[in-house]
Design a protein around this ligand. Structure first.
Ligand SMILES: [Zn+2]
Length: 543
């Protein structure tokens, strides 16, 4: 019978687990010192080694070797566990056994002591799939676990687990496996099965697997399934059908650089490789979302849910591209996606969109031409602001007209919000309406320039928030006394930067935050996600 690479190269001892040294260290120590606990929770993306580690831990609990060498992988018990025939290691897939009855059955069997080994180990995979009733039943067992019983719960979605379960387990988080580790692992396997593979091919497989060993090995397997004894990059591309982050990075860079022909040819290749047009648009929007998140969030690893290496690629591209360009692309692609839903020719719509994006000169383009971008967005906006300020002397109708015009033409998000605020102020509506997130954006933009000028600016960005902009002043709220001091110290600089961004001289006012307000600010990542969701209509999950 044929066994997949992933199964036949499943690690038998801790040494074979890839990229989870932090977890291996804990478990090995616990086995050695006899300090293992009754229930573990293994969290992490698919293919990061949760089940393999659970089995190795189960072996460790029942291995016949000396304590320091457990699990040995070669004694009778280790071998039975490897073959899945050891009576005291019970694996349950919660995805298919999610009912109360299954858990009741489990609770019954928990009462009996181990029959062949020292410890009865229950491995419950995909535990988040259990029904509420089943969770409650399981909880009772976890509360008073009998002697010589261990539970290893594994899940890809720990946020779906009730707090009562979480609090009763020792939680271990499995990381996405770094590409370097994955490349080495695949290289070892290839040499064992006598297959030659180029570094470029390994690199492409690893970056596509996005931290999942299982995905990497199944891709590698596809490459050699036709009996191939050497694998090249071209070979991998053939199998992959040009998917993965790289293709979006390439596509984005092409439209940003006005390479219409290249972009259309690339699209042709992608589609003839069998990629669905609508899916491609969706994935591309997600790519732009990632670009945007990397602009605003310092450590986007948790929110973007991808490997460190892919985040690094995105960060590099994000640095070269202006927010207004990202904004424009998300809007145009979202429109195309909704039109494509009803069209029999979605491909033509996408091609049209690519042509539009790659040729539209009014959009502020990548910062290879950063100055040009600054000119076109910032000073354009400044002009609008100036013209609005002048219009104060004219009648209301004119004022509104100019504002409306400014609103549609100004591309910078943060400035749009400022316009809205001033308009609200004029019509005597409540200016304190929840717009904090846009202030955050403006604050961030200001520091992007300020940071390169002065070291203490970084302190300010972290410790202070932009609270309000009025007709004549802007209010900065400091989180503590030191920051307040810095705000005051840097007042002239801050005022100059603010003037540059809103096109008007504003006086700096500063205050200290009370605790309640600080609490409120902590929600920023989620608020930002909501904001983006409302603006662009794309789904964002903050983990
Ligand atoms: Zn053993």
């Amino acid at each position: 019978m044929y066994t997949s690479l992933y199964r036949s190269f499943r690690p038998e001892t801790f040494e074979g687990i890839l990229g989870q040294e932090h977890i291996v260290k804990i478990l090995k120590n616990q086995l050695k010192n006899g300090t293992t606990v009754h229930s573990y929770l293994f969290c992490g993306t698919r293919g990061t080694g949760k089940t393999s580690t659970a089995r190795i831990l189960a072996k460790g609990m029942n291995c016949l070797a000396e304590r320091e060498e457990r699990p040995c992988g070669i004694c009778a018990n280790c071998i039975s566990i490897r073959e899945g025939v050891f009576i005291d290691v019970i694996e349950i897939d919660a995805a298919s056994n999610n009912g109360v009855d299954n858990i009741r059955e489990l609770r019954e069997s928990v009462k009996y002591p181990p029959a062949a080994g020292r410890c009865k180990v229950y491995i419950i995979d995909e535990v988040h799939m259990l029904s509420t009733g089943a969770f409650n039943a399981l909880l009772k067992t976890l509360e008073e676990p009998p002697e010589n019983i261990m539970f290893i719960l594994a899940t890809t979605e720990s946020q779906k687990l009730p707090a009562t379960i979480l609090s009763r387990c020792l939680r271990l988080d499995f990381k996405r496996v770094p590409e370097k580790t994955m490349r080495q692992g695949m290289r070892d396997i290839c040499s064992k099965i006598d297959v030659k593979i180029s570094d470029a091919a390994l690199g492409l497989i690893a970056s596509n697997a996005d931290g999942s060993v299982r995905d990497a090995l199944s891709l590698l397997e596809q490459c050699i399934s036709s009996g191939e004894k050497s694998v090249t990059r071209e070979h991998v591309i053939e199998i992959l059908g040009t998917a993965g982050e790289e293709v979006f990075i390439e596509m984005t860079s092409m439209i940003a650089n006005h390479q219409v022909t290249d972009a259309l040819l690339l699209l042709d290749r992608i589609i003839s490789d069998g990629k669905d047009v609508r899916q491609f648009i969706k994935d591309w929007i997600v790519h732009f979302r990632s670009l945007m998140m990397t602009k605003f969030i310092r450590n986007p690893e948790d929110i973007l849910n991808m490997s460190i290496e892919n985040i690094e690629r995105i960060r590099k591209q994000s640095e070269k591209i202006d927010l207004s360009f990202i904004n424009e692309c998300i809007i145009k692609l979202s429109q195309t996606l909704s039109e494509a839903k009803w069209s029999t020719q979605p491909r033509i719509l996408l091609e049209l969109c690519i042509v539009k994006l790659a040729t539209d000169q009014t959009v502020a383009y990548p910062s290879e031409a950063k100055e040009k971008a600054t000119d076109s967005v910032i000073s354009q906006s400044a002009k609008k602001m100036a013209s609005y300020n002048n219009s104060k002397r004219t009648d209301n109708e004119d004022k509104n007209e100019i504002l409306q015009q400014a609103e549609t033409e100004i591309i910078g998000e943060e400035l749009q919000q400022t316009v809205t605020n001033i308009k609200q102020h004029n019509t005597a509506t409540d200016i304190k309406k929840d717009v904090s997130i846009d202030y955050d954006k403006l604050w961030y933009t200001i520091f992007e320039e300020g940071e390169s000028r002065k070291g203490s600016f970084n302190l300010l960005r972290l410790g202070a928030v932009l609270k309000r902009i009025d007709d004549n002043s802007f209010t900065v709220e400091a989180s503590n006394e030191t920051i307040l001091y810095y705000v005051k110290e840097n007042a002239p600089e801050l005022e100059a930067l603010m003037e540059k961004h809103v096109g008007k001289k504003l006086r700096l006012e500063c205050c200290m935050a009370d605790d309640g307000k600080q609490q409120e600010k902590k929600k920023t990542a989620e608020e930002l996600a909501d904001e983006i969701e409302n603006k662009f209509g794309i789904q964002i999950d903050v983990l």
